[in-house]
Design a protein around this ligand. Sequence first.
Ligand code: 9MR
Length: 459
Amino acid sequence: MKLTAKSVSRVVLAATLIATTTGGVAFLATTSASAASTLGASAAQSGRYYGAAVAAGRLGDSTYVGLLNREFDMVTAENEMKMDATEPNQNQFSFANGDRIVNHALAQGKRVRGHTLAWHSQQPRWMQGMEGSALRSALVNHINRVASYYRGKIYAWDVVNEAFADGGSGGRRDSNLQRTGNDWIEVAFRTARAADPGAKLCYNDYNTDSWAAAKTQGVYRMVQDFKARGVPIDCVGLQSHFGTSIPGDYQTTIQRFAVLGVDVQITELDIAGSGAQQADSYRRVTQACVAVARCTGITVWGIRDTDSWRYPGDSPLLFDGSGNKKPAYNAVLDALNAAGPTNPTTTTTTTTSTTTTTQDPGPGGCTATASLNTWNGGFVANIKVTAGSSALNGWSVSVSLPSGTTVTNQWSANRSGTTGTVTFTNVDYNGSVAAGQSVEFGFQATGSATGLSPTCSAR
Ligand code: 9MR
């Protein structure tokens, strides 16, 4: 989205949206009645996060960094991890500015949302001129390299940003990426999953806040389709760049996406206005999120008004230019505290998967079950290893693969073999499993998963 008066007014007219992601595992509050005094701590009481977009160029500003360190527990790079920033020349990668933000966040115990692996905008010049299969390959390479580089450090990636058209069509936006074929989005998600299996994978867009909007419906149909076909998607980001009002059906939008089995995250929140009106709008957004278990966090798109992409036309954030709390800040804090301490409901994964239980876990034994995300030509298998009635001090899982199937990578396990019977064993941190407890590992393969049936034994 470009910063123009037109786009901001369009947001004012059209927007309402929220998004969240959940890990399914919430943080437990340590007290039941005390109100927390920072955004991050108050959100954590209900298992959520409160984040901000951060610019590397402001990390030398002590007021800015003071607010960041004190108030927020999730960080998004405002521009530094986009395609133009990370691959300025084809196959030459540049992570210095992204690293400044990621390293600051991790050193402060904060988590990071990755933004963004694929977008029609802010492409490097070399990519802008590409099309067809060359562009598709460049896209896959970009996602592979960037997501692999940051592997293990990212809570959730905005894998694809703003791929749907504005207006009433509910269809895709025209772009060089879209013209490589309608499957480009699912290819992007599968590539990201393989490169960083531990990150949640989100689709992120604006003006998808109102349930009544055609654009919202288009994104909803895509997520529904992805879930039905096992395309890996974990979350939907509602950017939520708002005018002074919030769509009346915003919570409905959040709820409807959540029911599809994805987390919802509010990813780029900012709201025009001032004083009590702005505070009320921020309160309503916060309340809409905390009302839905799978709305797992909120990120504001900047810290002080003067840091906002919308300044000076709007003063849409929670702190004024001097770093003072605005009425909107207090409204958000109160709404977050009113929500806690409760945990977002632990969620069940509803991917299109087959689960096969093998062997009975006797004393000293174990079971292995496989959940599959399959596509034409490959699959990801997540394997759950469960100890029987006594603890394990090491485990080994064998999988017989159909002819023509080849393992390409694995995580949280060692592997021997790539075809035929492939054996996975625990790594140093997941070999000890208490009686009845489980650990998980996974692998990706090309070929078919037909008949995949893991067997587990203790080592
Ligand atoms: O806030 C970002 C601004 O500094 C950049 O100039 C702009 C370039 O497109 O991107 C802004 O962030 C956008 C985000 O990456 C995607 N959603 C819309 C945001 C505001 O335009």
